[in-house]
Every structure is written in C-alpha cells, then in structure tokens.
Design a protein around this ligand. Sequence first.
Ligand code: FMN
Length: 213
Amino acid sequence: MKELTVLAINGSPHSEGGTFQAINIVAKELEKQGIKTEILQIGNKSIRGCQGCGTCKKGSTNGLCVFNDDEVNIAIEKLKNADGLILGSPVYYAGINGTMKSFLDRFFYAGASNLRHKVATSVVSVRRAGGVATFDQLNHFLYLAEALVVPSIYWNVVHGTSEDAIQQDKEGMQILENLGQNMAWMLKMREATKESLKEPSPVASKTRTSFIR
Ligand SMILES: Cc1cc2nc3c(=O)[nH]c(=O)nc-3n(C[C@H](O)[C@H](O)[C@H](O)COP(=O)(O)O)c2cc1C
C-alpha cells in the first residue's frame, strides 16, 4: 500500500494552542498506523474573504483562487496530493474564528473537488461553550465537498487551551483518539478498494433552485 498522508488545517492564531493539541491527538493515532500528517497553520496569516467573483469556476485559474497572495492556493495544491483532511478551529463567539472562515470559504469554493471521496474530519478547541456549533460549521464544508466524514463516539470537541488542560479532559481525549483510529481505518479501506470498487461519478450538471423554481 502506498504511504498515506493527511493535511491538517490549524485555523488558530496560536501555533501550539488548544487547536494544535486537538489536531495532534488525532495525528498521533494516524502516526501509529504509519500515516503522516502535515499541519498547515493559517490562523496567524492575513487571509482575505471570498469576493464571490466566480473566477475559480471559469477554468482560467486551473481550480485555484484568483487571489494568489496567501495560504489558500498553497493549501489547495497540498490537498491535491493528500489522502485525507483535518479541519481544526478554536471557538470564537460560538463559531469558527474569522481567519478560518475567510480561508475555508475560498479553499472550498475553489478547491472542494480535490476532497471528493477523500477521508475528512474536523476538531474543535473550546474553553467553555459553543463547541458543537463550531463543529457543525466545519462539517458543513466537508459534506458539501462529498468527503467521507469520519465518525467518533461523540462530537469532536476538546476543552482546555493548554496541553495539560486538554489531557485532563479525559472524555475529549478518548473521542479524538477514537477518531484518529477510525480515520486511519477509513483511509486504509479507501486505498485498499481503490482498484476493485468503482466510485460514483460526480453529478454531471448540478441543479440549482431557489426553493420555488
Ligand atoms: C475572540 C475570542 C472569542 C472566543 N469565544 C469563545 C466562546 O464563544 N466560547 C468559549 O468557550 N471560548 C471562547 N474563546 C476561547 C477559545 O475558544 C479557547 O481559548 C480556545 O481553546 C483557543 O484555541 P487555540 O489555543 O487553538 O487558539 C474565545 C477566544 C477569543 C480570542
């Protein structure tokens, strides 16, 4: 079997904060199964929001965003070669942080097709409340990309902002360790069936209605 790799996006401005710790718990489980994780930290970068220009859909940018001066296109290129994706975000006012939102809108609007039928999950770091709303927000991106979203025994939220505090969140630790094991299994299952099981073709022409017509 080829060497499997996972790209992880750390949306936090803190390179070794709670979000990093949460990603790392999953990455350690993947590592035990021989799967490497590359963490790309975007939360401390200047990333503009989507302008809704639609240029990325017209073919002239080769599936990249028209703005080429931040981490978005770098991440799209990395996703092309990765077998899986982890999205990690801190909770800011019961949702993902602003930089992560700007990043994800463009990363997915331009690059979602590179995640189709790949294995993906999201993790959240929270001090107290808003974790599940943030987890839901991250998963909206994954489902629309037709990713194979990894399950665990509860929603992927850990409490605490330091490694020490997170280690004390025993249930959170167990959720993420189990998530990592499930992710490794799904990555290997996907790779093992690549030749023998034909994947469904993408929808040829997406129907778009405004509910009434
Ligand atoms: C602007 C801002 C808003 C926040 N909002 C919340 C919140 O709604 N609920 C909460 O429990 N913690 C909130 N926090 C705390 C962070 O979610 C928490 O410290 C998280 O672990 C930070 O992750 P990080 O260390 O990866 O940056 C907020 C922090 C900041 C800076």
